[in-house]
Design a protein around this ligand. Structure first.
Ligand code: UT7
Length: 330
């Protein structure tokens, strides 16, 4: 059983940060960033919290679907940049949208998080007849955890949110979710906190991350992530299609995680699919983690680049290291 995406909505912060703007923080230049990543500019919040971006995107999706928010039975928000340890971003979005009958929780699977969330929504819809609509949101404020002194990473990230209203359907849908925790030390952001007052001899543990790594900001081994991503994309797609009788050649449009245009180019080649089938908007959004796939899809829907009846593939990869793909009839 599949899902029907009734509507999509998005929120892109109005503040635009260009490559030249970044060149005033770190030693870099527009040409290096464009040729190595495909990014020219990205949106960043001008103080809007993550919940605010998620709620505005959700309202747009609800308006477009023309549904009563009280008929939404569940809100799943994918985020790694919630404003609070607790409550969840989904809980605040529930308040903002008036979806008072909805269960609400966040899901954290980094850049694969939207595919994980959409698949979770599908499985809830499959098993609970009382559930009519699920609101699936991805809201990310990467600027919140970006190290603006690290030129190899700060040039990649942007902020934004997107939301879907989904319901159950009999349309084709298949998915696969994966993770390789042995690579967690290639991409992480450590939580900043002081030990409680009763700690004496702290237990020493080693998770493979650098002891002197800065806390509260993203740390990455760009080359390792690059290598992983170019293999993860084709692997996740093939795993999702396995045993379904549907092949890669049957897919009309791929919407990959917008990490780096060179990753997408190499991964498309590894999958044996022409780049023209890959929808990209990284040039003006940067990498918005889990918001990148729904942001790109919302753009593709509203510009007519994707049409009803087409077979669509979402494919994500990121910290964890996580990877996930979903193929469905739109
Ligand atoms: O959602 C997943 C998030 N993470 C990713 O997607 C990251 C995946 N990795 C990448 O996208 C790429 O590895 C980067 C864009 C991060 C780096 O590109 P690269 O082609 O792997 O560059 P590099 O690390 O090999 O660096 C090449 C040179 C180095 O200088 P030297 O040692 O050759 O003199 C760097 O110091 O480029 C230098 N460099 C820069 N120069 C200008 C690194 N960052 C910059 C910069 N501006 N921003």
């Amino acid at each position: 059983m599949g899902i029907k995406i009734l509507s999509t909505g998005s929120y892109k912060p109005l503040l635009t940060v260009t490559n030249d703007d970044l060149a005033s923080c770190v030693e870099t230049n527009d040409e290096w960033i464009r040729t190595r990543t495909g990014i020219s500019e990205r949106h960043m919040t001008n103080g809007e919290p993550t919940w605010y971006m998620g709620a505005r995107a959700a309202e747009r999706a609800i308006d477009e679907a023309g549904i009563d928010p009280l008929d939404i039975g569940m809100i799943i928000c994918s985020t790694i940049t919630n404003d609070y340890f607790t409550p969840s971003c989904a809980a605040v979005i529930q308040r903002e949208t008036g979806a008072a009958n909805a269960a609400a929780f966040d899901l954290g699977a980094a850049c694969s998080g939207f595919v994980y969330s959409l698949d979770t929504a599908r499985r809830f819809l499959m098993t609970d007849d009382r559930l009519k609509y699920v609101l699936v949101v991805a809201a990310e404020q990467l600027s919140y955890i970006t190290d603006f002194t690290d030129r190899s990473s700060c040039i990649l990230f942007g902020d934004g949110a997107a939301a879907f209203i989904v319901e159950r359907s009999d349309a084709f849908c298949t998915s696969w979710l994966g993770c390789d925790g042995s690579g967690m030390n290639h991409l992480y952001a450590k939580v900043a906190h002081d030990p409680h007052p009763f700690v004496k001899d702290p237990v020493h543990t080693d998770d493979g991350t650098a002891d002197d790594a800065p806390v509260g900001v993203l740390v990455q081994d760009g080359k390792e992530v690059y290598k992983f991503a170019t293999k993860a994309l084709p692997h996740a797609v093939k795993m999702a299609l396995e045993g379904t009788g549907t092949g890669v050649e049957d897919i009309d449009i791929f919407v990959p995680h917008q990490a780096n245009i060179r990753i997408i180019e190499t991964a498309a080649k590894n999958l044996g699919v022409g780049l023209e089938k890959f929808y990209t908007n990284i040039g003006h959004t940067g990498n918005t983690s889990s918001a990148s796939i729904p942001l790109a899809f919302d753009e593709a829907v509203h510009t007519g680049a994707v049409k009803r009846g087409q077979k669509v593939c979402f494919v994500g990869f990121g910290a964890g290291l996580t990877l996930a793909a979903m193929v469905f009839d739109y």
